[in-house]
Design a protein around this ligand. Structure first.
Ligand SMILES: Cc1cc2nc3c(=O)[nH]c(=O)nc-3n(C[C@H](O)[C@H](O)[C@H](O)COP(=O)(O)OP(=O)(O)OC[C@H]3O[C@@H](n4cnc5c(N)ncnc54)[C@H](O)[C@@H]3O)c2cc1C
Length: 409
C-alpha cells in the first residue's frame, strides 16, 4: 500500500496512464508486491480491437484476466495476405497456418473495452494499488526518485515512474528522452462488421496502394476491420451512410465474407511512427505508446506494450537498485521494439511506394514466403513472439499451463 505523508503519496512505482499498457503495468507491479500509485485519468472510448499473441494471452491467463476475456475473443488460426494493389508486379497470395508452427492460433482478437474493464476490475481488487483518477500535470525526476503532481492536487513521490501516458507523454519529456516521429500519408478507419459467411478463424490482409485493409475475426459472424486510406478519402468514407459503407466493404473484400452490414461505431486513427533515443532514463521507464508507435500491420503495437509492462516489472523484481533495473529494462526492450518498428515501416512504405524496385522486392519477399517453408516458419515464429531474451518470463510457455491455452480455442 502507498504511504501517505502530508497529502503526499509515497510508493515504489507510480504509473501514469490508464490505457491497456498502463493498466497492465499497475496490476503486474502490485502482484509482484510493489506499492503502486496509478494516475489514471478516465480514458476515451476506444473502438479498436486488439489481436494479442500467445505470449500476451499467456500473461493474461496468469494474472486471471483471460477467462473473462475469452467470450469476447476469436482465435486467428490462419493469416492470409492478398495483393490487391492492381500493379503489374503483384505478389502471390500467401497463407500462414498457426498449426505449421505448432500453435493453436497466431493471436486472439477482442474489443478494447472488455480488456480495459477486466484489468480495471482486477486492479480494484488489489490492495497494493492506490488509483487516483487524475492526470500528471508535472513530473520531476530527482536523484532517488520522481515527484509527480497530479491535476487534482495529489503529490506522488515514487522510486520509479512508468510513463504509460501515450504518444505525447509528459513523463517522457520530463525524463529528457527525445523521440524521432514521422507521419504516414494514411488514416486508419476501424469498425466492426457483421457478415453472412463464416470467417473460418482466418484474418485476411488485402494489400492496397493506400495501405492494408484487414478483416480480423471476432466471435460468431463478426469481424473488425482496419482500413488504411489517404486522409481525404478517409474523411469521405467515415461519413458514408451505413448501407454505402457496407457496400464499400463488400467491394474491398471481394465479398470474401458474403453480405456485410455495419455492426459498430467507426473510429479514425492518423498513422505515424515514433521511436525514442532510450527506453528509460532518470527513474522514468517508457511503456506502450510513449516508447513506440507503429502502423497497424501485423498487430504488433499493444503486444509490444504488454511486453514493456511485464519486462519493467521483471527488471524491478530482479534488481533491488532502481537505476540498475532501468538500465536492464532499456537494454532488453531496445532490440524488440526497434527491430519490429523497422520491419513494419519497410513493409508499409513498400506498399505506398511508386518505385518499381520497391514493389519488386516486396513481391519477391512474399513469393519467397509462399514457397520456402523454413523461411515461412521462421517469419511466423518471429511474428508471434521474439526470442526468449525479449520475452518476459510471465509470457514464456510452460508445458503444463499450455494445455489451458489450447482449451481456449
Ligand atoms: C487502427 C489500429 C489498430 C490496432 N490494432 C492492434 C492489434 O490488433 N494488436 C496490437 O497489439 N496493437 C494494435 N494497435 C496498437 C494499440 O492500439 C496501441 O499499442 C495501444 O492502444 C496503446 O496503448 P497505450 O496504453 O500504450 O496508450 P494509450 O491507450 O494511448 O493510453 C495512454 C493513456 O495515458 C493517458 N494520459 C495522457 N496524458 C497523461 C498524463 N499526463 N498523466 C496520466 N495519464 C495520461 C491517456 O488519457 C490515455 O488513457 C492498433 C493501433 C491502431 C491505430
Amino acid at each position: 500500500m502507498a504511504k501517505t505523508r502530508n497529502k503526499t503519496l509515497q510508493c515504489d512505482l507510480a504509473v501514469a496512464g490508464a490505457g491497456p499498457a498502463g493498466l497492465a503495468t499497475a496490476l503486474l507491479a502490485a502482484r509482484a508486491g510493489l506499492p503502486v500509485v496509478h494516475a489514471a485519468p478516465p480514458a476515451h472510448p476506444d473502438h479498436r480491437t486488439f489481436a494479442l499473441m500467445a505470449g500476451a494471452v499467456r500473461m493474461l491467463q496468469r494474472i486471471g484476466a483471460w477467462d473473462a476475456l475469452l467470450p469476447h475473443s476469436a482465435p486467428l488460426k490462419r493469416l492470409r495476405i492478398i495483393d490487391d494493389t492492381g500493379r503489374l508486379l503483384r505478389a502471390p497470395t500467401v497463407e500462414f497456418d498457426a498449426a505449421e508452427i505448432g500453435l493453436d492460433a497466431f493471436a486472439w482478437n477482442f474489443p478494447a473495452a472488455p480488456l480495459s474493464d477486466i484489468l480495471s476490475q482486477l486492479i480494484g481488487d488489489e490492495g497494493n494499488i492506490t488509483t487516483i483518477q487524475a492526470a500528471a500535470s508535472t513530473c520531476e525526476p530527482g536523484a532517488d526518485g520522481c515527484r509527480l503532481d497530479l491535476d487534482d492536487g495529489t503529490v506522488v513521490e515514487a522510486g520509479v515512474v512508468a510513463a504509460a501516458d501515450g504518444r505525447k507523454s509528459l513523463c517522457r519529456d520530463a525524463a529528457g528522452i527525445s523521440v524521432r516521429t514521422w507521419n504516414y500519408p494514411q488514416v486508419a478507419i476501424v469498425t466492426t462488421i457483421a457478415h453472412s459467411r463464416d470467417h473460418m478463424d482466418t484474418s485476411t490482409e488485402f494489400h492496397r496502394t493506400t495501405g492494408p485493409f484487414t478483416l480480423v475475426p471476432l466471435p460468431g459472424k463478426l469481424s473488425s476491420i482496419v482500413m488504411a486510406e489517404t486522409a481525404a478519402r478517409a474523411r469521405e468514407i467515415v461519413e458514408l451512410a451505413d448501407a454505402d459503407f457496407a457496400a464499400l466493404i463488400e467491394q474491398r473484400s471481394h465479398r470474401l465474407l458474403g453480405r456485410v452490414s455495419v455492426a459498430g461505431p467507426r473510429g479514425t486513427f492518423p498513422l505515424g511512427g515514433l521511436l525514442p533515443e532510450a527506453f528509460a532514463r532518470n527513474r522514468i521507464a517508457l511503456i506502450g505508446e510513449s516508447g513506440h508507435v507503429v502502423p497497424p500491420i501485423g498487430a504488433q503495437g499493444l503486444n509490444l506494450g504488454l511486453r514493456d509492462a511485464a519486462m519493467l516489472v521483471e527488471c524491478l523484481e530482479q534488481y533491488a537498485d532502481a537505476a540498475t533495473a532501468l538500465s536492464a529494462y532499456d537494454r532488453r526492450r531496445r532490440g524488440d521494439v526497434v527491430s519490429r518498428s523497422v520491419a513494419i515501416d519497410v513493409l508499409n512504405r513498400s506498399l505506398l511506394s511508386d518505385l518499381v524496385p520497391a514493389q519488386a522486392l516486396r513481391a519477391l519477399g512474399l513469393f519467397a514466403l509462399s514457397r520456402i517453408e523454413p523461411l515461412r516458419r521462421r517469419v511466423m515464429s518471429e511474428g508471434v513472439a521474439p526470442s526468449d531474451t525479449y520475452l518476459p518470463a510471465i509470457m514464456r510457455p510452460d508445458p503444463h499451463e499450455d494445455a489451458d491455452l489450447s482449451l481456449a480455442v
